[in-house]
Design a protein around this ligand. Structure first.
Ligand code: PLP
Length: 340
């Protein structure tokens, strides 16, 4: 019988909660060990570990869901495995085989099954795989040893009372360089974004919009999420750029917009001065799935899309379709769901 945990599922946010087990594996002398499940949530590393000084680390974020029938399923874990490999390669870290990554995620979910929020609460189990460069080394060069670990925690519904639009402001800061690491999920990108985020919040916005680092004319990211817009002639448009994170949610929405909603779709330049073309806009990512964008503040003016208070019909349909697949209420395309 599954153990019971004392969690108020309706009160869950995105705060750290220690669950019972995590996966832990070490790389040394050119190979990974067998990996173990451990109850110890403290990592032990040397003071000169390169991850601490030079940011040699990367991570992923994905979710496991409880279906109506009580089953447990992961959404597109293979895509996170591939993106993780890409991040590792970019930072000269050893690659984790896709099967090892997927098995570690599945094992961690299974071992912490009691923490998966029940169907209907809007909650899910957030899974955080990560790799860090360890082994004492003060010179700027790749670490000699690595830790790969996967932990998880229950998280609540992002929108408790339905999809609510929020406003964003365009930042003067860049989160990533043109040929830098914007395409990879590495900690340095996030450290670089905290000040811009803080300024946006202080000014009363949910987060900031980053423009392309070269010309500052095109939308790149919406905080830690990708941008999409629904044009007035019903096309699903999302930015095409070498410095944004390839969002798995974004690619899922591109597919659903085309194959389920029958829309034309495109990855193309989205100029900040051409927002009028969009009837609706949103930010997408694992955390919220979709955050409707009420308006974007730029050059002393708030450009409002559909509404500052209500979600647009196409955004709503996309959200409903994707969440139905994630929760097992609707069959997804081949390979999107991995059942435990
Ligand atoms: C910078 C950034 N962009 C976009 C996303 C959305 O990506 P995904 O849909 O794979 O979660 C995330 C979140 O992971 C992110 O951190």
């Amino acid at each position: 019988m599954t153990k019971k945990v004392a969690i108020n599922w309706d009160q869950l946010g995105f705060d750290y909660i220690k669950t019972d087990y995590r996966y832990l594996s070490f790389w040394k002398d050119g190979q990974w060990d067998d990996g173990v499940m451990t109850e110890d949530n403290v990592l032990h590393l040397g003071e000169a570990a390169p991850c601490l000084h030079y940011g040699q680390q990367c991570f992923e974020g994905l979710k496991a869901y409880r279906t109506k029938a009580g089953e447990i399923q992961l959404f597109r874990v293979d895509q996170n495995a591939k993106r993780f490999q890409d991040s590792c390669q970019r930072l000269l870290m050893p690659v984790i085989p896709e099967e090892t990554f997927i098995k570690a995620c599945l094992d961690v979910v299974k071992a912490n099954e009691a923490y998966i929020p029940p169907y209907g609460t809007g909650g899910s189990l957030y899974i955080r795989p990560m790799m860090i460069g360890v082994g004492n080394c003060v010179a700027v060069k790749p670490a000699s040893e690595y830790i790969f670990t996967v932990f998880c925690m229950p998280v609540g519904a992002y929108f408790k009372g339905g999809l609510t639009p929020v406003n964003f402001m365009v930042s003067d800061y860049d989160r990533a360089a043109c040929n830098g690491t914007g395409q990879q999920k590495v900690g340095g990108n996030y450290a670089a974004s905290m000040l811009a985020h803080e300024i946006a919040v202080q000014k009363g916005y949910a987060d900031c919009i980053y423009l392309d680092p070269t010309t500052h004319t095109k939308i790149e990211e919406v905080g830690a999420a990708n941008f999409f817009g629904i044009t007035r002639d019903n096309r699903f448009v999302t930015p095409n750029s070498p410095s944004i994170l390839p969002s798995i949610t974004k690619y899922s929405l591109l597919y659903l917009a085309e194959h389920v909603l029958g829309m034309a779709v495109s990855e193309e330049d989205v100029f900040i001065d051409e927002l009028d073309q969009f009837a609706e806009a949103g930010a997408c990512g694992t955390a919220a799935v979709i955050t409707p964008i009420g308006g974007i503040f730029h050059h002393n003016r708030l450009h409002v899309f559909y509404s500052e208070t209500a979600v647009g019909p196409v955004t709503k349909k996309l959200y409903d379709t994707l969440t139905a697949i994630q929760l097992g209420d609707l069959a997804g395309p081949e390979g999107w769901i991995t059942k435990l």
